[in-house]
Ligand binder design. Structure first.
Ligand code: RFL
Length: 397
């Protein structure tokens, strides 16, 4: 027997996107529910992003969702590039629009958003998996679910906010031909690591090396994220901790610029650098938000920032429609978000070409592309206008 449940807005997924939408709706008294496949502890401990753009911080501030990041987040405004041509630093708070990042781990942001939503009286059903969105082309969509006890259920709504990521039910429920998927596989993979070690430099470190890219990103005073470019298909556990640190040391040129501060590897995962964009982001009463709308490769740390921005736009538009019968925001949602998404994609793509050599082979074309990459780094090092452009896009969204 399926129990019948209703809300004005059913939000799929309790990530940054779903919880910002939920907070905006709940804060205005709109009847909504968040359905989340995972358990609460999993959602609150999933370490992913860490660099929040200035605009993300402003959005969270605007809606009173910034208390944790204001007290525990740390300002960050320097990145350092290392390559065969030496190293240089950019303090981007003095370039472009003069903005900074706030370093605040995604799991902490999610925990804050969740706590606030629950304080406002919001409802999150954990352990409930959305299976499919039905009748999105009507004004009365529904969502079939598998409840925490394994039983089937069905939610009815006026709108569904699909914030359930890249492999969620929202994407799967789009009828063939309704939405176009633009996809790009960058042919590059990263071994993403979280190490129980203090940061090794007071900057984001990007090392361009003939053995492949290596990256260093602060998270907290005791935990640092590292990335190592690896061959496609490498299992996450293929490298011993010793090999990981040796490879990081080598690619980051520790001998020349100072050794890395080592520690236990707490988490590892291989990420294939891929990007995609769905177009349009609305199908009737179903809206795609965050990673469900577009996957941005982590090369420029844009994913969580876009998720928050799109969630604010959708949340505001739903409030206008449901409380003031003004559908203009919902009508404009897709085009407005797509313009931000494509700009973020363009910059992430540029970063990928800045940080990685040609994949596969050492033929003439590979050598040509490698020289282009060196030229790109060289103009970033020496041209003020290039640095301003970089800063604006690096920290902006
Ligand atoms: P999320 O965070 O994936 O949340 C989706 C939620 O939906 C749930 N879910 C379902 N619930 C119900 N029914 C279903 N059928 C469901 N299917 C899924 C999931 O359990 C989950 O809780 O998506 P959202 O909210 O769109 O947020 C997107 C961001 O999480 C993502 O873009 C970023 O983490 C990307 N990213 C980074 N972004 C940044 O802005 N800055 C960074 O520094 C940064 N670093 C990263 C990253 C992503 C990484 N990975 C995972 C590739 C570093 C890494 C390693």
């Amino acid at each position: 027997m399926q129990s019948r449940r209703e809300a004005d807005v059913v939000v799929l997924g309790a990530g940054p996107a779903g919880l910002v939408v939920g907070n905006l709706l709940q804060g205005r008294g709109i009847d909504c529910v968040v359905l989340e496949r995972a358990e609460r502890t999993h959602v609150q401990t999933r370490a992913r992003a860490g660099f929040l753009a200035a605009n993300t911080v402003r959005i969270l501030e605007r809606h009173g969702l910034d208390e944790g990041l204001r007290t525990r987040g740390r300002d960050h405004s320097t990145c350092e590039f290392r390559s065969v041509d030496g190293r240089f630093r950019l303090d981007y708070s003095g370039l472009g629009r003069g903005e900074r990042h706030t370093v605040y781990p995604q799991q902490e942001l999610v925990s804050d958003l969740l706590a606030r939503f629950l304080d406002l009286g919001g409802r999150v059903d954990f352990g409930v998996e959305a299976l499919a969105v039905h009748d999105a082309d009507t004004g009365r969509p529904s969502v079939t679910v598998r409840d925490a006890d394994g039983r089937p259920g069905r939610w009815h709504a006026r709108y569904v906010a699909g914030c359930d990521g890249r492999h969620g039910a929202a994407r799967r429920s789009l009828p063939a031909g309704a939405v176009r998927r633009h996809h790009c596989d960058h042919g590059v993979s990263w071994l993403g690591l979280l190490a129980e070690a203090p940061p090794s430099l007071d900057a984001v470190g990007y090392a361009v090396h003939e053995r492949g890219f290596a990256g260093h990103m602060a998270r907290t005073s005791q935990v640092t994220r590292y990335y190592l470019q690896c061959e496609r298909g490498t299992p996450a556990d293929a490298w011993s901790e010793e090999r990981i640190w040796e490879e990081l040391e080598l690619r980051m040129r520790g001998e020349e610029y100072g050794p890395l501060r080592r520690g236990r590897v707490l988490q590892r995962a291989v990420v294939d650098l891929e990007s995609d964009v769905l177009e349009p982001l609305r199908h009737g009463s179903l809206f795609l938000v965050g990673d469900a709308a577009a996957l941005v490769s982590p090369s420029a740390a844009k994913g969580a920032n876009l998720a928050v921005l799109e969630a604010e736009i959708l949340g505001g538009a739903l409030v206008d429609d449901l409380l003031h019968h003004d559908p203009k925001g919902l009508d404009a949602y897709s085009a407005q978000c797509l313009s931000y998404i494509w700009r973020a994609q363009e910059f992430s793509h540029w970063m990928i070409r800045l940080l990685h050599g040609p994949v596969g082979g050492a033929d003439d074309s590979a050598a040509f592309h490698d020289s282009l990459r060196r030229a790109r780094l060289s103009s970033l090092r020496s041209s003020r206008s290039q640095q301003d452009w970089f800063a604006e896009h690096y920290v902006g969204i």
